[in-house]
Ligand binder design. Structure first.
Ligand SMILES: *[C@@H]1O[C@H](CO)[C@@H](O)[C@H](O)[C@H]1NC(C)=O
Ligand SMILES: [Zn+2]
Length: 151
């Protein structure tokens, strides 16, 4: 009986996956609200498109951490625009049954696994491309669904 109870408790954890700390200096995973470049919420307007991710505050040069145990699925190219080359990198990750990408991160490695709370890489110099923006990591699910409930 007791064994069955423990098993059920473990299964239920999968339901509400929460991201652990992503960026040094932001232990609460605070979200970008509003600045002169726009808003950080999922679904915010970006000209004639919608923002398909959630922005988590992260100062340029900060250390970026694995939010839980993750597998590295390779580097992501964020832009085609050469004027944004300084921040044109990210990483595709999976873990806890989720597949997601982190934009504006220079990854230390692009394959293998990283444990929860261990270093993934460094936040790129976003102020050099978007002066005055709230520097942030963009979290985007691989299926473009809304990640907000995981924060
Ligand atoms: C991320 O990596 C996964 C696993 O390799 C892959 O299936 C998926 O297509 C990649 N997603 C994107 C959007 O790049
Ligand atoms: Zn974003």
């Amino acid at each position: 009986m007791r064994r069955v109870f423990v098993l059920l408790a473990v299964l239920c954890v999968c339901d509400g996956v929460r991201f652990g700390q992503l960026c040094s200096g932001n232990s609460a995973n605070s979200q970008r609200t509003s600045d002169k470049w726009g808003r950080g919420n999922y679904g915010a307007r970006r000209g004639d498109r919608l923002h398909k991710g959630l922005d988590i505050v992260c100062s340029d040069g900060s250390i970026v951490y694995a939010p839980f145990d993750v597998t590295l699925n390779g580097r992501v190219t964020v832009y085609n625009d050469p004027t944004k080359a300084a921040i044109n990198s990210g990483i595709n990750l999976s873990g806890q049954g989720l597949c997601f990408k982190l934009f504006y991160v220079q990854p230390d490695r692009t394959s293998g696994m990283v444990r929860a709370g261990q270093r993934l890489g460094v936040m790129l110099p976003m102020q050099s491309v978007y002066p005055g923006i709230t520097s942030h990591i963009h979290v985007q699910m691989c299926d473009r669904s809304d990640p907000t409930s995981h924060f």
